[in-house]
Design a protein around this ligand. Sequence first.
Ligand code: 6GU
Length: 389
Amino acid sequence: MRLDYLTIFPDFFAPLELSLPGKAAASGLLDLGVHDLRQWAHDRHRTVDDTPYGGGAGMVMKPEPWGEALAEVVRPGSTVVFTTPSGERFDQRLAEELSTREHLVFACGRYEGIDQRVIDHAREIAEVREISLGDYVLNGGEVAALAVTEAVVRLLPGFMGNAASLVEESHAAESGGLLEYPVYTKPRSWEGRDVPDVLLSGDHGAIARWRRAEAVRRTAQRRPDLLSPSVLDDGTPIVRAVPGDAGELLTLQRACWVQEAVANDMLAIPALHESLDDVRAWLGEWDTYVVRRAGRLVAAVRGRLEGEAGDTWDIGRIMVAPDLQGSGLGRVLLDHIQAVAPPAATSYVLFTGAASARNQRMYKKAGFRLRPDLPAPPGAVVLTKRRGR
Ligand code: 6GU
């Protein structure tokens, strides 16, 4: 595999010489080229940026040096990787895909980005991927290019010493997309902390079961988005809400809570008065799940840990589009939100209108009990349930 880097900070890539890619280069598995973009800037100051058309903050990278650089470095079969916070999210699947390419050219943007025509032009002469490491902003794409390089290069055949360690680690498709289980080595007891007994048992079946259970527990706690989504009877998935769902959630919420207002003869219900910004804000604070039918957002539920000890899973905003009410969707969402509660949750709590007879019936059927002993908002009742283990 050949790797080229186009950057205004070639020194960023010095680590390539020492780390694993350096060894691969020495063994002939990798060919590396680091290029200073300014060698293709021809004015006295070797300028690579300029002010944005249309105004706005910051500087934009000029197209001409990039055009010349790509003309020199790209060849048939190249893949050009633009590292940018507005790219597609880099993950193990994408690393595996890139590891099949003959030639990667990393184009590292700085400032507010590269003139869009450079990317459009690159698409005509090569395969182009715009890649982001995640939802945060770095000053430039160099560190991202290094991270992508390390993830890709270690997948090349003959690169890792131990092929099995590639299969078992976090995120490998073969381990079911779970995070890795915790690992231990000697000594058996350290600073009063002991290695779990099962690992010393010699019982390989028990060890495999323990590791699998730990991997699932960790994943549920840290990355619930990686666990297989729940599905309805007809296979419709229940998926995590994303920020772009806010508008439809607001519409559904208004529709559902008008019914509540009528049933309880009361307009002072928070869900009825929230703005789009309110919904956007709570989406960031709650684990929210939605169901779509034929593209339309028809149901939702949210949960989060509450209480002094953080052990109560607060369930709310169970909403089902008026035309689908009575179909059992609400109950499925109620079961789902209990199932995804983090391990710390030892009980569930929810509120509903004091006069919302249908809701209360469903909650009681699901094992919740009315708690007149607990404080409730005006016009509402509290129901709780202990979490079964
Ligand atoms: Cl690839 N570039 C920059 N500048 N910031 C980032 C990133 C890339 N990925 C996450 N943040």
